[in-house]
Design a protein around this ligand. Structure first.
Ligand code: 2AM
Ligand code: CA
Ligand code: CA
Ligand code: CA
Length: 268
């Protein structure tokens, strides 16, 4: 993507994310209409839909040739990553939004011909903007993020992961994962995949594991983590397909092999 065009899109996207964030904060105590999607814990609110629809109408007006993928379905049905694609999660961490009124984020990744050019993750209630441009570094607000943690032994690592890894599940042997969590320093479950990526980039956790995430959960995070030297693959160490769901391992590269070894042993 041309440098000037990227800069213009970046500034525009940041301004829209701030505007959407102000709207959510203004309405945070309003009564909520909460629906469920795939299961009783898979929540969606009118605010998820309102926020996605806000981005889609702004993008369609200003950038009619760009494609949009959004969790709540206001975007397009994509079959390829050609051209400029906005990958949007209007509220990542809807359960936190509903139950805690905090710890959720707006996540926008902008890709061009499959390359992650721009990543924006906005922790709305904390008012922290994590943002990055391809080959231009990552920032938390105005402060450049310099590097991930450089820990090289997993005994000192804090890994973001949820309880499903330790319960009986379809993907991995939970007993091996129990050994893994005993060996590492600790685990954290923030409930927003986008924020887990942001916290990894900030250097306050060392990795993040998820069994199944959609492109909008990870699109921005991949760019931001990539700009501080981290890597993101599926749990087999393979490249992600941005048109599908993927399992996710994102981490400081020094511990990637050790974590992949456990996952290989645990794989069903
Ligand atoms: P969401 O809040 O945008 O749905 C923790 O639940 C993380 O997993 C969140 O980032 C959440 O995104 C994501 N997630 C993906 N699929 C989910 C599902 N079916 N139910 C709940 N959370 C899901
Ligand atoms: Ca959701
Ligand atoms: Ca999400
Ligand atoms: Ca969402």
């Amino acid at each position: 993507m041309d440098r000037d065009i990227r800069e213009e899109i970046y500034e525009t996207a940041l301004a829209w994310v701030r505007e959407a964030g102000v709207n959510i904060r203004n309405k945070i105590n309003d009564p909520l209409v909460v629906d469920t999607k795939s299961n009783p814990n898979d929540l969606v609110t009118t605010m998820d839909k309102e926020t996605e629809s806000f981005f889609v109408s702004r993008i369609k007006e200003k950038y009619p040739t760009h494609s949009i993928v959004g969790e709540e379905g206001y975007g397009d049905k994509l079959t390829s990553m050609k051209g400029t694609v906005w990958i949007i999660d209007p509220i990542d961490g809807t359960m936190n939004f509903v139950h805690q009124k905090r710890n959720f984020a707006i996540s926008i990744g902008i890709y061009h011909d499959g390359i992650g050019e721009i990543g924006i993750i906005y922790d709305v209630m904390a008012d922290n903007m994590y943002h990055a441009k391809y080959k231009n570094g990552a920032y938390k607000n105005d402060v450049r993020l310099l590097a991930l943690t450089k820990k090289s032994n997993i005994e000192e690592a804090i890994i973001g992961m949820n309880h499903f890894w330790l319960c009986e599940n379809r993907l991995v042997d939970e007993r091996i994962m129990q050994k893994f969590v005993k060996r590492i320093r600790g685990t954290r479950t923030y409930g927003s995949a986008a924020l887990e990526f942001a916290f990894l980039a900030e250097g306050i956790i060392d990795g993040y594991l998820s069994m199944s995430l959609s492109p909008w959960d990870v699109a921005a995070g991949i760019v931001i983590v990539g700009e501080v030297g981290g890597g993101t693959t599926d749990i087999n160490g393979l490249q992600l397909n941005m048109l599908e769901k993927n399992s996710i391992l994102t981490c400081n590269m020094n511990i990637q092999d050790d974590i992949l070894d456990y996952l290989k042993k645990a794989k069903k």
